[in-house]
Design a protein around this ligand. Structure first.
Ligand SMILES: Nc1ncnc2c1ncn2[C@@H]1O[C@H](COP(=O)(O)OP(=O)(O)OP(=O)(O)O)[C@@H](O)[C@H]1O
Length: 842
């Protein structure tokens, strides 16, 4: 566990108008607020890892604050450095720098490449990405078309931004060029506080992968076949701002609100984390995209440094106090950084081999306890696999249920859309062309179903890693269409797990096995007992180990597929919600059309009443024509009205009425035109009438008629415009429907692919269960044999004991017999010497 490094940097005053003397005094790594005449304000004094004065250059900031993190990143530790502070306090200056004084990002990039060059025994692969969080949307700064990207989390990949472009880079210049191109896409804006204010948070990310160079010509796997993957985030946050000071309005105001909100969430997260593990409770990482992405850097597996920038002017004292309080709390956060290693297949195999070898040795000089321990371990492994399998089965079942629900939901949506499409594209629904449409749709579907599913989700611009580097990485090389977070995050699904991890708790036994430093479990050393051979048992155990290995590989594969499926499901859910929105839009179209028709009807009725008002003779041809035209017109509008009101309730019953409406509409136009023409003609004065007119002095009436004429033609034009408007709306709706259809087609295709995936998963699960059952059976047999062997050995030992006891007593008896015989012999010899006197010649 290590505390994150926090520093404060004071920006030089930018305007002499606002600056009337130094209020913030820096003394080594302490900063305190003074009154203008130099008296310290005792309550406000803070200490940090570093405090940088106004005249401090970026080089020094980099050297003291970030360099270690960058070097650690090359060695496989995750690292994050971010700049926090109010607007215009110098965050962008610190991270990006200027031409004369390059910032942290520039220096870090250069440093990383020079570090890599100095390490001769490892080969490196570096990928970079650059994103911004603008108004809570994640945009790709390397590819403007990648907007509103989503954050996903999976057991295998941890937290990642899906669809973010990653570029493989070979030197610092290449990276700096890419950054330059990304900067162009970044959101900047002018405020009262800063002429070039960052309106988004930016995250420049480098993923550094490395492995030991392959110097082993024998083809054996070296002990360090593991690949190290570390992620380095260099973050330039947007600055907190007071709307009153920045004078933001409109777009700037909206941006400012988003910025303040996300910084507030960051503050909450920091507060919680600084409360200490016991009291912190739930950490609200999910409340903003920024904290979600930075989650590993805040209380997780990363080395982190924060530079808090402050403005020296008196007007900013309140904001500066806020920044310093944020920094003080951040000081208490602890992280738990560790090297992130991924074991290649080769390294895993070797590790397993070593373990088996060791077990074999132990077995050969075996003791019953050793055997028991091995059995216990194997049993534990098996149990673990069974549990995993059950869990996977349950998850798969849940997935299936969710699939079914989504399938159902999509079908319903499809029905709705088809209904709406019927309504909106009435003119397209000529019965004769319907068949053709469905045929061409089918053809379209068949053509596009050949599109590879995997491609649809892959980052379009991802470049394949050089073969030489990735050739031994098997599955790993296929993955990175995302910004992977280190493997160590893979078990981190929620904050609780993070807490546990930070306490040094490691939940998964597998992760222990993969930790390079782990020693193989040692068993009690065996005395050199000349035991009976356990060759067969050893082979069985080895076989069992192999089976377990295969089962665990399959389990991992299943896990990966399962995670993929969940990701696809998320994507599908997003598509569905988009579709629902579109459907809602389409649903509103009949309403709008209905309103327009009602308006037209009103206008039409007005026109008619005006015309009728000056046709005094009800028997005249004009009046008759007018009444018939009005009947047709009214009936047309009534039909249209009913049509649209029904369309809002039930769309299917309305198909086929469109041509009738069009015909009616044509007749109306023609009759209306002829009515107006005849009316105009009837109002044109003949010679007699002219005379009468002269006599009746009706000059005023002529003027009235002219104005009516004008009014009429205006009304007619309005009606025509309305009709045009309606036609245009219909066109737009048709286009919308085509787009919706296409989306549905692609959704259907995805569904099919998902179904296939699911079937494959099911198959694999059942195969895996069969294998596990087999392994379990074999294991039982081995157990039985081992028990028999133990009994046999115990009885042998018993026999040997009895035999040695008998042998010892027999030996004792033999010794006593021998000593008896010896003493008797000596007695006999003595008696013989006494009875036979020695002759002088002897
Ligand atoms: N240490 C420094 N030395 C010299 N000039 C600086 C320093 N820090 C900031 N400046 C200048 O102050 C101005 C504001 O700085 P900058 O744009 O980096 O602020 P910011 O915190 O990123 O603001 P915002 O949050 O609005 O983006 C710039 O003109 C910058 O050049």
């Amino acid at each position: 566990m290590e505390r994150i490094c926090v520093a404060v940097r004071v920006r030089p005053p930018v305007s002499s108008e606002l600056y009337n003397g130094a209020y913030w005094k820096v003394d080594d790594n302490r900063i305190s607020l003074h009154k203008l005449h130099g008296t310290p304000s005792s309550a406000l004094s803070y200490t940090f890892d570093h405090v940088f004065e106004e005249n401090c250059a970026n080089a020094r900031v980099y050297e003291l604050l970030t360099k270690d993190i960058i070097h650690a990143a090359v060695e496989g530790f995750n690292g994050t450095a971010f700049a926090y502070g109010q607007t215009s306090s110098g965050k962008t200056f610190t991270m990006n720098g200027s031409e004369n004084d390059p910032g942290i990002i520039h220096r870090a990039v250069k440093d990383i490449f020079s570090q890599i060059q100095a390490i001769s025994d490892r080969e490196f692969l570096i990928r970079v990405s650059y994103m911004e969080i603008y108004n809570e949307d994640i945009n790709d700064l390397f590819a403007v078309e990648n907007q509103k990207l989503q954050i996903h989390e999976s057991l295998e990949r941890g937290i990642f931004v899906a669809g973010l472009r990653e570029e493989i880079v070979n030197n610092a210049e290449e990276v700096l060029k890419l950054i330059e191109s990304g900067e162009v896409n970044r959101h900047f804006g002018e405020t009262n506080m800063n002429v070039r204010s960052s309106r988004s948070h930016t995250i420049f990310r480098m993923v550094i992968e490395s492995k030991e160079k392959d110097t082993n010509s024998s083809g054996d796997y070296s002990s360090s076949d593991a690949i190290r993957v570390s992620v380095l985030n260099l973050v330039d946050l947007a600055g907190s701002e007071r709307i009153a000071k920045t004078g933001a309005g409109g777009v700037r105001l909206k941006e400012g609100k988003h910025i303040n909100k996300s910084l507030m969430v960051l503050g909450n997260v920091i507060n919680k984390l600084s409360d200490g593990a016991k009291h912190r409770g739930h950490i609200p990482y999910r409340d903003s995209k920024l904290t979600r992405i930075l989650q590993p850097a805040l209380g997780g597996n990363a080395k982190t440094s924060i530079i808090c920038t402050i403005a020296p002017e008196e007007v900013h004292i309140e904001e500066t106090k806020g920044t310093l309080q944020f920094a003080s709390r951040a000081k208490h956060i602890t992280n738990c950084a560790q090297v992130n290693e991924i074991l290649t297949d080769g390294a895993l195999l070797k590790r397993q081999k070593l373990e088996i070898e060791e077990l074999r040795k132990k077995l050969q000089g075996s003791h019953a306890e050793v055997l028991e321990q091995i059995i216990l371990k194997l049993r534990n492994d098996l149990l673990k696999h069974e549990l995993e399998r059950e869990k996977l089965e349950m998850e798969l079942e849940e997935e299936r249920t969710r699939h079914r629900e989504r399938e159902q939901c999509i079908r319903e949506q499809q029905m709705k859309i088809v209904n709406r499409s019927n309504l909106v594209t009435l003119s397209d629904l000529d019965p004769s062309s319907q068949g053709q449409n469905s045929v061409s749709l089918k053809e379209e579907y068949n053509d596009s179903s050949s599109i590879c599913h995997g491609d649809a989700f892959r980052t379009p611009s991802f470049k394949a890693a050089p073969k030489a580097f990735v050739v031994k990485r098997s599955n790993y090389a296929m993955l990175p269409d995302y910004s992977p977070l280190p493997d160590a995050f893979s078990n981190v699904a929620d904050e609780d797990t993070w807490l546990k991890m930070n306490k040094g708790y490691i939940a998964d036994l597998d992760s222990l096995q993969m930790t390079p430093a782990r020693k193989v479990q040692s068993f009690p050393s065996s005395d050199a007992t000349p035991a009976c051979s356990y060759e067969n048992t050893t082979e069985e155990v080895e076989h069992l180990k192999r089976q377990l290995m295969i089962a665990s590989e399959e389990r991992n594969e299943l896990k990966r597929k399962h995670a993929d499926q969940i990701r696809l499901n998320h994507q599908l859910m997003d598509d569905i919600s988009e579709l629902q929105q579109e459907a809602k839009l389409i649903q509103d179209i009949p309403k709008t059309l209905s309103k327009s028709v009602t308006n037209c009807k009103d206008i039409y009725e007005d026109v008619l009443s005006i015309i009728q008002s000056f046709v005094s003779d009800e028997e005249s041809s004009t009046a008759k024509l007018l009444s018939s035209t009005s009947e047709i017109g009214i009936s047309l509008f009534t039909t249209l009205e009913t049509h649209f009101s029904r369309a809002m309730d039930d769309h299917s019953s309305l198909t086929g009425n469109n041509s009738l409406i069009q015909e009616q509409s044509k007749v109306l136009y023609e009759k209306l035109n002829s009515t107006i023409t005849s009316l105009v003609l009837s109002q044109t004065p003949t010679d007699d009438e002219q005379l009468g007119a002269k006599q009746c002095s009706c000059e005023n009436k002529g003027g009235e008629i002219a104005s009516w004429k004008e009014e009429l033609s205006n009304e007619l034009n309005t009606i025509k415009e309305r009709c045009h408007g309606l036609e245009k709306e219909l066109d737009i709706n048709n286009e919308l429907m085509v787009v919706s259809k296409e989306r549905y087609d692609s959704l259907e295709r995805e569904f099919l692919l998902l179904k296939e995936d699911r079937d494959r998963l099911q198959q694999m699960v059942s195969q895996s269960s069969q294998k596990l059952a087999l392994v379990a059976g074999q294991k039982e047999n081995v157990l039985k044999e081992m028990n028999t062997e133990v009994h046999r050995r115990k009885s042998l030992e018993e026999e040997i004991k009895q035999f040695s006891a008998a042998f010892a007593s027999r030996q004792r008896r033999l010794v006593s017999f021998h000593s008896n015989v010896k003493s008797k012999c000596e007695n006999l010899r003595a008696e013989y010497e006494v009875s036979v006197p020695k002759s002088p010649g002897c």
